[in-house]
Design a protein around this ligand. Sequence first.
Ligand SMILES: *[C@@H]1O[C@H](CO)[C@@H](O)[C@H](O)[C@H]1NC(C)=O
Ligand SMILES: *[C@@H]1O[C@H](CO)[C@@H](O)[C@H](O)[C@H]1NC(C)=O
Ligand SMILES: *[C@@H]1O[C@H](CO)[C@@H](O)[C@H](O)[C@H]1NC(C)=O
Ligand SMILES: *[C@@H]1O[C@H](CO)[C@@H](O)[C@H](O)[C@H]1NC(C)=O
Ligand SMILES: *[C@@H]1O[C@H](CO)[C@@H](O)[C@H](O)[C@H]1NC(C)=O
Length: 241
Amino acid sequence: MVSTMDTREGRRPDQGFCRMKLFRLLCVTLITLLPRISRAVEKTPLFINCGSDSVITDVGERNWVGDSVADTNLTPSFVGIIASTSAIGEEDRYRNLYKTARIFNTSTHYNFTLASGSYCIRLHFHPFSFESFNANDSTFDVTANDIKLVLSFNVPEEISSNNAVKNLSGNSLVKEYFLNVSSNELIIEFVPVSGSFAFVSAIEIIPAPDHLLVDSVNRVGNPGFKEPFDLRGRASRQSID
Ligand SMILES: *[C@@H]1O[C@H](CO)[C@@H](O)[C@H](O)[C@H]1NC(C)=O
Ligand SMILES: *[C@@H]1O[C@H](CO)[C@@H](O)[C@H](O)[C@H]1NC(C)=O
Ligand SMILES: *[C@@H]1O[C@H](CO)[C@@H](O)[C@H](O)[C@H]1NC(C)=O
Ligand SMILES: *[C@@H]1O[C@H](CO)[C@@H](O)[C@H](O)[C@H]1NC(C)=O
Ligand SMILES: *[C@@H]1O[C@H](CO)[C@@H](O)[C@H](O)[C@H]1NC(C)=O
């Protein structure tokens, strides 16, 4: 399980990286605690490669299953547009994951069947241009079981403002949320604003402990400093790549 969180090795120790490290540490800690906490129903992680019909295993040592792979229950409610690009750096370790995306020209949801409980959801966005769909023109909302995760979201804008604030030159974005799934259903819906479209490159759904409600966590390398750590749906962290 520990290796599944190993996502951002080898990057320079900027703020995003440190946050990522902190987040990773949290997840590793949480996942390590998991077997002791939830004994009843097994929660399993899902790693989804959007806009792909194959399984890739060379990104972060996970099995990323394409959302076009038959008999997986990972396929969205509308097929939308399967997009791919070759304009992605050879050195990008997410290359194989990020070279495909699914574009939604109408409201579309994924319907994941899960054991109920808390999950960490990570949405990956690597913007590119495909046919008439230029990610710069894409504006959309994302909801998870009716909780709004993002509203009128434009990925390239968010990447450039993050880059400006953090002095980075990233070209992709990962949004992270904690969510309590009370039924056995997790509906992640992409809702394009009128006349626009939505897209997503990859989705991760990682079990988090149910009954471990931490109000705060110790910041790594800074003992005594605490920051809020809300597991109830609105917590969001993000990193750019
Ligand atoms: C969305 O795209 C599909 C495939 O190109 C097309 O068949 C469909 O008409 C489009 N729907 C809307 C609402 O534009
Ligand atoms: C999600 O899938 C379940 C099981 O197939 C089904 O009962 C439910 O109606 C679906 N929900 C939505 C919103 O599609
Ligand atoms: C999006 O806009 C930015 C800034 O105007 C530009 O540099 C970039 O090439 C555009 N991206 C695409 C896919 O056209
Ligand atoms: C921004 O990053 C570049 C390259 O990493 C570095 O050379 C530059 O000094 C940084 N600028 C600031 C204001 O930190
Ligand atoms: C999550 O949902 C379950 C079932 O509805 C509930 O018992 C639990 O208290 C909820 N946890 C949080 C953190 O809201």
